[in-house]
Design a protein around this ligand. Structure first.
Ligand SMILES: [Zn+2]
Length: 441
């Protein structure tokens, strides 16, 4: 029987979580024979969408082309997450799988909308109330067989969209629906390569902080989901010949205040606002990544403006009270992190400040759930060297059991997995971690 490969990304899972999961029954069973990486360094900025593109292409953000979570927009009314895969500038792991004649599936993996190399595609999409579910998934590339999976799991789709402060409830989250779809797809379609993305732990950490009882409960839930996946693999008869990778995209760090970065730019004269607080014009605008922010210029070619913005931000950094201590140029982050694009600067947290996109007084933003995905008590976006690190655990006949590597990078993952199923990813910047692979791979 043909070997299968499943990659499950548990967003914001960190090393300490794996230590806890080793005490749980389903994780212990699934990963009894495993290889493991202690710390997987992510990319800069350490945020979900650029990181997942790095995981699936082996390239850093500058090269793969996704440098932010959200599409750039001035004064947007709601978070406009990147959706369509055409933004990607390099080949992804689905293309490599297709070269090997494999069937492919993806559930809530970011920015896979209309990816031509995915056979069973449920793109990541966060619905607002009353949006038609099947139509939305179909518009992003779900075929009839995939919509059947969606229909089969609608009883696990969120029933309420209002925010719950700390606790999460399964019926108020996309993650339970995602795991239901994963089990159905394993049973029915059995794709040779399946990538799945689950945000349960990330959400709990944003709301409550990096380590607490809510997160521990989330890990218990994660183990229950792994039990459901094991049952699906057994029903499909593919448990033994499935290579299973559990990984994550970034960690998180607690923060203690949130500063409105665009208000600082407004005070410097770079953003104009009318009497209702609406932006009427701008010369420099920031997009927050949580604990860093990316500064865009309206005219990227305007060297005098760039110098003016740099001098202004550096002046603030030197005062050491505005949440950032350094102003990094595009050249600096290109050199250090392979992060480049149509922005001018990045500011990096002082270690306890998160940034809000808002531009209206006062300068401190309430630490509540109102700022989508930079919310609550902990977040990420900072330099990838900091904080608890993401994970990689793998089992199956394609991997060598008992191997432990201390350090690697998220860009090493795609070329390693592709090598395991017999292909290569020539555009990848990461290395093949041959020491994790079974002999002859
Ligand atoms: Zn994430």
């Amino acid at each position: 029987m043909k070997e299968k490969t499943i990659v499950l990304s548990m967003d914001a899972m960190v090393g300490a979580d794996i230590a806890y999961l080793k005490t749980k029954p389903n994780f212990s069973r699934l990963f009894k024979d495993r290889c493991e990486i202690g710390k997987v360094c992510t990319i800069y900025p350490s945020i979900t969408y650029p990181a997942h593109m790095s995981i699936m292409t082996g390239c850093r953000p500058g090269k793969h082309g996704v440098i932010t979570n959200l599409q750039f927009a001035v004064d947007k009314g709601y978070p406009a997450w990147h959706i369509d895969s055409s933004i990607l500038q390099v080949e992804d792991i689905f293309a490599a799988a297709k070269r090997q004649g494999m069937t492919t599936g993806s559930i809530y993996w970011p920015i896979c909308g209309n990816n031509p190399n995915i056979d069973y595609l449920i793109n990541e999409f966060f619905f607002y109330e009353n949006e038609p579910v099947e139509e939305a998934f179909a518009a992003m590339g779900a075929n009839e067989a995939t919509l059947e999976i969606v229909r089969e799991n609608m009883h696990r789709f969120p029933t309420a969209f209002e925010q719950v402060e700390e606790r999460l409830e399964l019926n108020n989250s996309f993650d339970d629906f995602i795991m239901g779809c994963m089990c159905s797809m394993i049973r029915k379609n059995q794709p040779d390569l399946l990538l799945v993305h689950n945000c349960w732990l990330d959400d709990l950490r944003h709301r409550n902080g990096v380590f607490n009882q809510f997160v521990t409960d989330g890990l218990d839930q994660t183990d229950e989901w792994l039990g459901q996946v094991i049952a699906a693999l057994e029903d499909a008869g593919t448990y033994e010949n499935t290579n299973f990778v559990l990984l994550s995209d970034h960690g998180q760090m607690d923060y203690s205040r949130r500063i409105k970065i665009n208000l600082l730019l407004r005070r410097g004269g770079f953003i104009d606002v009318d009497e209702n607080g609406k932006i009427t014009d701008w010369r420099a605008l920031a997009q927050s990544n949580g604990m860093s922010a990316t500064i865009f210029l309206k005219d990227p070619a305007d060297k005098a403006l760039a110098e003016e913005v740099r001098a202004y931000l550096q002046g603030l950094a030197d005062q050491m009270v505005w949440g950032f201590l350094q102003v990094q140029s595009e050249e600096e982050v290109r050199e250090r992190y392979g992060m480049y694009g149509d922005f001018a600067f990045m500011v990096e947290t002082d270690g306890y400040t998160s940034f809000s996109d808002d531009w209206n007084e006062p300068v401190l933003k309430q630490m509540d759930m109102s700022d989508s995905h930079r919310l609550g008590a902990a977040t990420h976006g900072y330099h990838p060297e900091y904080g608890p690190q993401p994970v990689f655990v793998a089992r199956g006949s394609g991997f060598k059991s008992g191997v432990y590597i201390e350090n690697a990078s998220v860009i090493d993952e795609a070329p390693t997995i592709a090598r395991m199923f017999g292909d290569s990813m020539p555009q990848a910047e990461g290395r093949v971690m041959a020491e994790l692979l079974a002999d002859g791979r």
